[in-house]
Each structure stands twice: as C-alpha cells, then as structure tokens.
Write a protein that binds this ligand. Structure first.
Ligand SMILES: [Zn+2]
Length: 304
C-alpha cells in the first residue's frame, strides 16, 4: 500500500488501477535559434522538425519569444514550423520576468502585442500565450490585470503541465561541445531522459492527487542543441513507457487549461498551481517548481 501516490514506486500501481493511459504533447519555448555549437541554426531547426515528423507526424506547439524574429533568417526558420503544421504561440517579445516588481502589467501587455504583430499572419498562429519563466505575477492585482488583458484580447494561457530544466542540461552540453565538438554526448542524453521521466511522473502523480485523474500533458522543452540531438529519443522514451504522444492542439482541449488558480506568486506548472491553491500539498511543492539548482549537484557528480 502506498502512503502517497507520489512516493517512488507507487506510480505503476496507480496507473494500473486508473487504466487511463497518460498522454503528452510537446511544447517548445523561446525559439532561440541563433546559436551554432555543433549544428548550424538551419541544421538544428531541421533536426527538431524531423524528430517530430518521424514520430507519427506529431504536431507540437512552438511558443516564440519574438525578439528572435528580428532578422529574416529567424522568420525563414519559423515558417518551416508553420508549413509543417505546428501550432505557433506567443511567448512575448522580450521575455520579461513578470514577477519582477519593475515590470508593470502595462509594460508586459505591450510586449505581448509587440510579439503578436510579428506572428499573427502565420496560418498556424493561435492566440495562446505562454508566460516567460512561467511567472504570472507576484501580486494578486498584477496577476489579475494581466489575466484580464489576455482575455480581452482573445488569448488563452498556454500552460505547461510538466515543467523541467532541459535548458540547464543544454547549458552544460553546449559548453562541453563548444570546447570539443567530438565529446561524447551519451551521458547528457541519459541524464536528460532520466530527468524528464522523473518530472513527468511527479507531475502526473500530482495531477492524479489533486484532480483525481491524469491530464492531457504539455511538457516544456526549449529550442536548443539538446533537443536537436535528443528530442526523438525523448519521444521514443515516452512511448516505450506506455504514454501516448498527442498533438499540442489536442492537448490544450483539456479543461485543466481553463483553470485560474488564485495563488501568489502566480505561475509554475498549472498542476503545481492547482495543488498549491488547495493548501493540502505543500509538502510536495517546492518553489520554484523547477530550476537548475535542483539538478546541479546531480550533474556535477556525473561530470556533465
Ligand atoms: Zn521562455
């Protein structure tokens, strides 16, 4: 008998009982394409798109920080996503940290509109907004002001359910390959897959505790070298564990994405935020939900 569904080893039992197969969609943030360690921007873009295409023509959501579209090359690369049928969402122009006291709702809102102007004509653009750093305001007034602005402008929040720190692993992988292009990448891959699986189990377990069911998950990853090399392996891992890969448009139909948890500071994974709002799961909730600080010691130990 499991004391808590979140205890290690209890997930399989829970899955067997509920019988619902977890489903997950890929949501990729930032579109920071202008790096060229190991692979050129074009090669990175192609590798990520090919990983999705070759896994059942899976359609992801790409949340673009539009400062990455200031030159023609960025827009050319983005059009490949649009043509391939992936959802294009708004991640603001300059990727501001909303929970910083200096960022007012007015400044933040203007940054959303500035991004929209650059992507609104792409056929696959949808009014889905993803908060940079998953930070939705450090006061109730600010949180509610931005929520109202989004609604008045026809936006829904493109929440993450499974948050993770792929970017921290990419930092180390990219630094290593910048020094030695031929360095062995397998241990970075293995750590990445292990990390993502651990976080997937945590957030799926939390959803079952809080909502009494699994949700149509949206996992957060970033446009980076790590995913140019290993996104395909990540998708294969989810499938090999019995999870279903679904299109992002499909995932966002889950009613969990309409929730508006009234917590401050607001943000993090929507599952995390709903758990926080109940006040019943504080022992399972660290803040922030994810960060490099939780992974650094493990990566140090492995020599990553
Ligand atoms: Zn971001």
């Amino acid at each position: 008998m499991c004391a808590s569904a979140l205890a290690f080893g209890c997930f399989r039992a829970n899955l067997a009982v509920t019988k619902d197969q977890p489903a997950v969609a890929i949501t990729m943030d930032d579109f920071q394409w202008n790096k060229s360690v190991k692979l050129s921007p074009k090669e990175r873009n192609r590798a990520i798109l090919e990983a999705l295409r070759s896994r059942g023509d899976l359609k992801a959501a790409l949340f673009v920080a539009c400062r990455n579209l200031e030159n023609d090359e960025g827009m050319t690369l983005l059009r490949e996503w649009d043509r391939a049928g992936h959802l294009i969402g708004n991640h603001s122009f300059s990727h501001k940290y909303l929970n910083n006291g200096k960022v007012t709702p007015e400044v933040f809102d203007a940054d959303i509109i500035k991004c929209e102007a650059l992507i609104k004509d792409l056929p696959r653009f949808q009014k889905l907004f993803r908060f940079p750093y998953l930070k939705e305001g450090e006061t109730a007034a600010k949180r509610d002001a931005v929520r109202t602005f989004l609604k008045e402008n026809g936006y829904r929040t493109g929440h993450v359910t499974i948050d993770a720190s792929d970017w921290a692993i990419d930092d180390r992988l990219s630094a290593r390959l910048a020094k030695d292009q031929l360095a062995d990448t397998k241990k970075y891959r293995d750590f990445y897959l292990g990390h993502m699986w651990e976080r997937a189990l945590y957030y799926d377990g939390l959803a079952r505790e809080v909502l009494g069911r699994s949700v149509q998950h949206t996992v957060l990853v970033h446009f980076n070298l790590l995913n140019a090399l290993f996104l395909g392996d990540l998708l294969d891992m989810f499938r090999s564990k019995g999870w279903k890969l679904i299109d992002a448009v499909e995932a966002f139909k889950d009613p969990v994405f309409s929730a508006e948890p009234r917590i401050v500071p607001a943000g993090e994974s929507i599952v995390w935020a709903l758990a926080k709002e109940t006040g019943k799961f504080d022992k399972l909730l660290r803040y922030p939900g994810e960060d490099s600080e939780y992974e650094d010691a493990k990566m140090n130990k492995l020599g990553l």
